[in-house]
Design a protein around this ligand. Structure first.
Ligand SMILES: [Zn+2]
Length: 356
C-alpha cells in the first residue's frame, strides 16, 4: 500500500495503529520513544492522514500541503528556550482555538514535550478542554513524572529505536554513498539523527578502522597507552558537537540579554542539557567502537573454527579465546550504561583482551 506513511521506516506497529486512528481520531496523541526514532516524521504523516479525506492517500492537495509544511491548519510549534514556557503553551492554546480554514482539523504538533516542567499544568488544562475540531500530537523522548497526568489524557503511541538496516535504507535514499551509509548506520545506535550527523563526519571511517585494528595493536602496545589514544579519538569525535553547543550558548546569552527579551530558562539549564547530549554522544560512540571490536573477534572466531574443520589443532583454543574476548567486551558495554569511568573501563578491558 502506498500512502502518506509509506516513507516511514521500521515502525510497522506504529504505522498500523496510526492508519486506524486516522479514521476515528481522538483529540490528543502522545508519541513516545528514543531520540531519532522518527517521531516527528510520523507526526507529520499522521497530520496529513487526519486532514486527508481518504485518511492519507499521499497524493491529494491536503496530503501534499501537510507534507510540504504549507497547510494552514497544521502547525509544528517551536519553543525558544530549553524548556517550554507557560506563555508558549498559552500561545499554542490560542492557535488550537482557531477555526480550521479547511474542512478538516486544527492540528498542533509539540516536540520534546518532556521539557515542560513549569508549563505542564497549562498544557494539561488545554488538553482537558479541547476545542472540538482540534487535535494535539505531543512528542516526548521520555516520560518524566510531570507528564503522567498528561499521558492519561492522550492516546499513547510507542516508538522503538530503529534497526541498522532501517537507518541504512533512509541514508541511501537520501543519497549518502553506500560505504559511508553503512558505517554511519552501524555507528548510529538506532538514532536516525545521529546517523545523519555521522554521515557528514569525515573522521568516522578512521575511528572505525582504529577500533578494528585494536586486537593487533594490543600485541605491541600497552593497554594503558591504547586506552589513552582511544579516548583522544573520542575527544576528537565529540568536538563538532561541542562547537555547535558553544555557538548555541552564545546565541542564547545574546538573546537573553537583548532589549525587550524575557529570559526563558537559565544558562545553567542550557549547559546541563549540553552536558547530557555530550555524554550520550560519548556513550553511543564508545558502544559503536566496542561493537566494531566485537565484530573483529567474531571474524577471528569463525576463521579459527574453519581451521578446526581443516585439522588445525590450535583452532579450538583460538576460538575459545575469541569468545572470551567477546564476552569481556559485552560486559564493558553493559558497564557503560552505569556511567563507568571511561578511562578505567577501557584500560581494564584492553588489559583483559591482551591476556586472553
Ligand atoms: Zn490525501
Amino acid at each position: 500500500m502506498s500512502d502518506v506513511f509509506s516513507s516511514l521506516v521500521g515502525q510497522v506497529g506504529v504505522v498500523n495503529a496510526l492508519r486506524r486512528y486516522a479514521e476515528q481520531p481522538s483529540h490528543a496523541y502522545l508519541f513516545t520513544g528514543p531520540p531519532g526514532a522518527g517521531k516527528l516524521e510520523a507526526a507529520v504523516a499522521f497530520a496529513a492522514a487526519l486532514e486527508c479525506p481518504d485518511h492519507g492517500c499521499g497524493t491529494c492537495d491536503e496530503c501534499t500541503r501537510v507534507l510540504r509544511g504549507s497547510h494552514p491548519d497544521v502547525s509544528i510549534v517551536a519553543r525558544a528556550g530549553v524548556q517550554w514556557s507557560v506563555d508558549e503553551i498559552r500561545e499554542a492554546e490560542r492557535v488550537a482555538r482557531r477555526r480550521p480554514l479547511h474542512q478538516g482539523h486544527q492540528i498542533l504538533i509539540l516536540p520534546s514535550i518532556e521539557l515542560s516542567t513549569n508549563a505542564a499544568p497549562a498544557l494539561l488544562k488545554t488538553l482537558e478542554e479541547p476545542p472540538r475540531r482540534t487535535i494535539f500530537i505531543l512528542l516526548a523522548d521520555e516520560l518524566p513524572e510531570h507528564l503522567v497526568t498528561i499521558e492519561s489524557r492522550c492516546v499513547e503511541v510507542n516508538f522503538h529505536s530503529l534497526s541498522t538496516e532501517d537507518i541504512l535504507l533512509v541514508l541511501e535514499r537520501e543519497g549518502v554513498p553506500a560505504v559511508q551509509a553503512r558505517t554511519s548506520a552501524e555507528a548510529s545506535a538506532g538514532n536516525l539523527d545521529r546517523a545523519r550527523l555521522l554521515a557528514n563526519d569525515p573522521q568516522l571511517a578512521d575511528r572505525l578502522a582504529a577500533w578494528r585494528r585494536l586486537p593487533e595493536m594490543l600485541t605491541s602496545n600497552s593497554p594503558a597507552s591504547l586506552a589513552t589514544s582511544t579516548l583522544a579519538a573520542l575527544e576528537g569525535a565529540v568536538e563538532p558537537l561541542k562547537a555547535r553547543h558553544a555557538e548555541e550558548l552564545d546565541q542564547f546569552k545574546t538573546e537573553a540579554e537583548g532589549p525587550g527579551r524575557r529570559r526563558v530558562g537559565g544558562v545553567k539549564e542550557v549547559e546541563l542539557r549540553h552536558q547530557r547530549e555530550q555524554r550520550r554522544f560519548r556513550t553511543d560512540e564508545l558502544r559503536f567502537g566496542l561493537a566494531a571490536l566485537t565484530r573483529t573477534y567474531r571474524e577471528r572466531m569463525i576463521s579459527s573454527l574453519e581451521g578446526v574443520a581443516d585439522g588445525d589443532a590450535r583452532g579450538r583454543t583460538d576460538a575459545r579465546s575469541a569468545i572470551a574476548c567477546i564476552e569481556a567486551i559485552a560486559s564493558s558495554s553493559d558497564a557503560l550504561s552505569l556511567n563507568a569511568n571511561e578511562s578505567l573501563l577501557l584500560t581494564n578491558l584492553f588489559t583483559q583482551l591482551s591476556r586472553l
